[in-house]
Structures are given as C-alpha cells and as structure tokens.
Design a protein around this ligand. Structure first.
Ligand SMILES: NC(=O)c1ccc[n+]([C@@H]2O[C@H](COP(=O)([O-])OP(=O)(O)OC[C@H]3O[C@@H](n4cnc5c(N)ncnc54)[C@H](O)[C@@H]3O)[C@@H](O)[C@H]2O)c1
Length: 316
C-alpha cells in the first residue's frame, strides 16, 4: 500500500501528538518535522528518526512530503499553512486556522486553485458519540431540536498561547454546533472578559440563535478548578449528553435512560487517518477549509458582540 509522506510544522505540546500518530498510522510515513526552536526540532527528530528543520521553506522543498500538519502558535498557523499550500502540499491546519477570516479565506482559495486538500483540526467531530448526536438530530430521534449546551472549562492552563479562550477553546464548540445542527446561526450574543489574563479573555459565554428558533449556549473558561468538557442536546422527546473526556454518551427520556457503548478511540488518530484517506483514497472530507472560515467568523462575531454589548447578526 502506498504510504502518504507527511511532515509536521510546530512540534510543541500538540504537534508532538501529530508526530506520534503519523508514526503509528500504517497509511502515513513521517518524513520530516520543523520547529523554529532548534532544540525542540532536534529532540523530536532524533526521537522519531526523521530530518529536523527550523525553517519550513527549506523543508517544503522536499518532494517526498505530500501533506503537512501545521501546529504552530495560533497566530502563525495561516502563514505556515499558506506556505505549505503554495509548495503544493495538502494541509491540516490546527484550530483556530488563522488570526482572521481574510487569512482563512486566502487558505481556502489557494487550496482550491492548486487542487489540494485543506482541513482544520476540529477533532471533536471524530468522536463517535458526537457523530451519533448529529445523526439523532438529523433523523429527529430526539424529536425537534430545541437547544444545545456546551461546557468546556478547566483550571488555568500550564501554557496559554497567543489567543484567548474564544479562539483557543470555545471555537471547538462553535464548530460542534455547526456540525450537529448542519446550519449556521443567525445571531450571536456573547459576554466575555478577563479575570486573570493580562491580555486575552479567559472566560466567555456565547449564545447562538438559529432561524427556526433553536439556540445554543457555549461556556468556556480557564478559571474552573476542574476540567469539564460536555455537550447536552435537548430535543422535544429526549436529551443526549456527551462527555468528551470519557466519550460516554447518554440518551435520556422521561421513562428510561440508555447509554450506547462505543469503544474509546483517540480522536486525533481518527482525524489524521481520515486526512490521509481523503488524499490517498479521495474520501469526502469531514471538515473543509470553509468550516474553519465559518467557525472563525462566528468566533469573531462573538468577540465583537461582547465589546458592543449587543447581538450581532451573521450574514451567511
Ligand atoms: N485540535 C486540538 O484539540 C488542539 C489541541 C491543542 C492545541 N491545538 C492547536 O495547536 C497549536 C499548537 O498548540 P501547542 O499547545 O502545541 O503550542 P506550543 O506553544 O506548545 O507549541 C507550538 C510550537 O510551534 C513552534 N512554532 C511557532 N511558530 C512556528 C513557525 N512559524 N514555524 C515552525 N514552528 C513554529 C514553537 O516553537 C512551538 O514549539 C495551536 O494553534 C493550538 O490551538 C489544537
């Protein structure tokens, strides 16, 4: 079987996982890694027996590399993803994809012009329980969709990068709401602020409303003494609850509660395997560059809403 030649740009806390998983997958061959921090690049390259670069332009000249994961600091993602696309590589860019939607749209245009796959690291979509919720919403197994509530809170992270909690954390749930409802919100209203961080918001409450009256509420912060990552979806006949950490799913009705069992799977493994299959087998992408643009647009509108203290209408 032909293996996909891959490389990773940015080998920090998260990039390390991309490297490990690419090494583990039978369909990919890790060719090289790149990090602006020479020590880190060298350590990772030695550990995995691949070539290290501190400059991605040089690495991207390597023709064996067909696809790249971009896992740099958030404000560097778009620049590095654009370089990779211009060098003819398929790209998985981590969330939040770019600093603004203009940059994100440029990535989509470049991928399309060059016939390349561009996807975004919204890995929640690969959790089987979330896929089951999406199917239940679509088939009306829980009745009419009424609302969805996402909670993604934790204690102060060991490292806070170069964006606040909305583009770092809530953006996962913004994407989840688009994924399960298969539609974009019409308005966004948000309150956010900073209790401890000097520069970025460290808590955010975001409310999305939809054209047929459904709503979604997203709570994100770095201020809670324990880590919670949950989704509750209320339908007219039942509710579904997902714990992203354990991947446990519950379907609850007035008279009974059932817990469908899915074996725990590492979402990143599923995500990178799917990325490889989209390239090698031309599978349909679960997440497009456009999904990244739309999530970022909603995140930006939420930030604007909080500043202006009013709901923002989203033109779709
Ligand atoms: N999808 C997810 O669930 C998920 C989870 C964690 C992090 N992330 C995303 O992954 C990215 C990285 O997060 P992290 O926690 O690993 O950060 P990190 O600070 O630990 O690592 C970033 C690494 O990128 C390197 N780097 C920065 N700019 C670079 C450039 N232009 N070229 C090469 N290397 C560069 C840094 O030296 C550092 O080693 C962020 O965008 C974050 O939002 C996604």
């Amino acid at each position: 079987m032909k293996k996909l030649g891959v490389a990773v740009i940015g080998t920090g806390a998260w990039g390390k996982n991309h490297i490990r998983v690419y090494k583990e997958l039978p369909s990919t061959e890790l060719i090289a890694i790149c990090d602006v921090n020479p020590e880190r690049a060298k350590t990772m390259a030695n550990q995995y027996g691949v070539k290290a670069y501190t400059n991605s332009t040089r690495m991207l000249k390597n023709k064996e590399i067909e696809a790249v994961s971009v896992c740099t600091w958030s404000t560097h993602l778009a620049k590095e993803a654009l370089k990779a696309l211009r060098a003819g590589k398929h790209v998985l860019v981590e969330k939040p994809m770019a600093t603004n939607t203009k940059q994100a749209e440029k990535l989509c245009e470049t991928a399309e012009q060059n016939g390349l796959i561009l996807t975004v690291g919204f890995l929640m979509r690969f959790i089987p329980g979330l896929q089951s919720i999406r199917e239940a919403v679509e088939s009306k197994k829980i009745g009419e969709l009424v609302c969805a509530n996402a909670k993604r809170v934790s204690q102060w992270p060991e490292r806070i990068g170069d964006v606040g909690v909305v583009k770092d954390t809530a953006i996962h749930d913004i994407d989840v709401m688009r994924f399960i409802s298969k539609q974009d919100p019409v308005t966004v209203y948000a309150k956010m602020g900073s209790m401890r961080h000097l520069k970025f918001e460290d808590y955010a409450h975001i409310m999305l409303t939809y054209k047929d009256g459904e709503s979604a509420f997203i709570e994100s912060n770095w201020l809670t003494p324990y880590k919670t990552r949950t989704l509750t979806v209320t339908g007219s006949d039942a509710i579904m609850r997902l714990d992203y950490i354990t991947q446990d799913l519950w379907i609850e009705q007035q008279k009974e509660s059932v817990q469908p069992r899915y074996p725990f799977q590492e979402p990143l493994k599923l995500e990178l395997q799917h990325f490889a299959e989209c390239i090698l087998e031309k599978k349909k992408q679960l997440i497009t560059g456009e999904d990244g643009v739309k999530a970022l647009k909603i995140a930006q509108a939420a930030m604007q809403s909080s500043i202006k203290n009013r709901a923002i209408k989203l033109n779709r």
